[in-house]
Design a protein around this ligand. Structure first.
Ligand code: ZN
Ligand code: ZN
Length: 273
């Protein structure tokens, strides 16, 4: 495998000439996610709930987190809303094996961390179940975390938690079912002992944050201190952006989304496993 990937890296310039990169969203030649499409992305911004990271009109604590904060996580953050070019970029990386998108998407994670400095002792990609990993051939969260680790020289800690239970796709489940579905899906790797380290979980996309919380519980069990989570995108449960949302701010559009709960037909929430 190592030989093949080394060969792939050496062949890349040749392949780029024969099959030049094409934007996965608009089809323009030149890069996997063109500048125009990257410009169209919708950042979540800082008017959010300080715990779950969902947008609010003012930064604070949302109604939901007053009753059920996303323990044991200190906070969940997403750089973009899960729609348009970002959603397509994530799907192409994950389901169509367009791995050069990993460094492109990871750049946004790097920027986000640099702007909000917190000292992390390690970056923890959300692990896939071994069967899933075998089927896909790679863990997209690990590719992202590895890029961030390289850029920010924060250790990559893929050796702390493991996925011990194969879970149903989260996409068709409501918030409560999602929590149940992933409860106990993760466990610390045998023999891992942490000593209060501050860690950052990395994933491609979060919806309710149930997966991140379950993974965080395994880290806490192993002895982690503060645990934060950062994803490239933030999706919403079973929602679709209404057509009349043009001109709204990102936060307003998201809140409107919330009030228009319906089965998505255009940008389905990710299965996220
Ligand atoms: Zn494009
Ligand atoms: Zn909240």
């Amino acid at each position: 495998m190592r030989f093949l990937s080394a060969l792939g890296a050496r062949l890349r310039p040749v392949l780029d000439v024969v099959f030049p990169p094409r934007c996965v969203y608009c089809g323009r030649l030149g890069s996997w996610l063109c500048d125009a499409c990257q410009h169209e992305t919708q950042p979540v911004g800082d008017s959010i709930c300080i715990r779950c990271g969902n947008p609010l009109t003012l930064r604070g604590l949302c109604q939901h987190c007053r009753q059920d904060p996303p323990e044991p996580l200190r906070g969940i953050r997403g750089v973009f809303f899960y729609n348009g070019p970002i959603a397509q970029g994530i799907r192409s990386l994950k389901y169509h094996n367009v791995r050069p998108l990993a460094p492109i998407l990871a750049r946004y994670l790097v920027g986000y961390i640099q702007e909000r400095p917190l000292a992390f002792a390690g970056l923890v990609p959300v692990p896939l179940h071994p069967e899933k990993l075998a089927a896909r051939g790679f863990n997209q969260s690990e590719l992202l975390a590895a890029e961030v680790s390289k850029k920010l020289t924060i250790p990559l800690r893929s050796d702390l938690v493991q996925r011990i239970r194969y879970t149903r796709p989260q996409a068709q489940l409501n918030r409560h079912q999602r929590l149940q579905n992933v409860a106990d899906a993760f466990a610390p790797v045998d023999g891992v002992r942490l000593h209060g380290e501050t860690l950052l979980l990395i994933d491609d996309v979060a919806t309710t944050g149930a997966t991140l919380r379950a993974c965080g519980r395994a880290l806490r069990q192993a002895g982690a201190g503060d645990i934060w989570a950062l994803t490239v995108a933030r999706a919403h449960v079973n929602t679709v952006l209404p057509v009349d949302s043009a001109g709204l701010t990102a936060a307003e559009a998201f809140l409107l989304w919330d009030s228009h709960r319906k089965q998505s037909t255009f940008d389905p929430p990710p299965s996220h496993i």
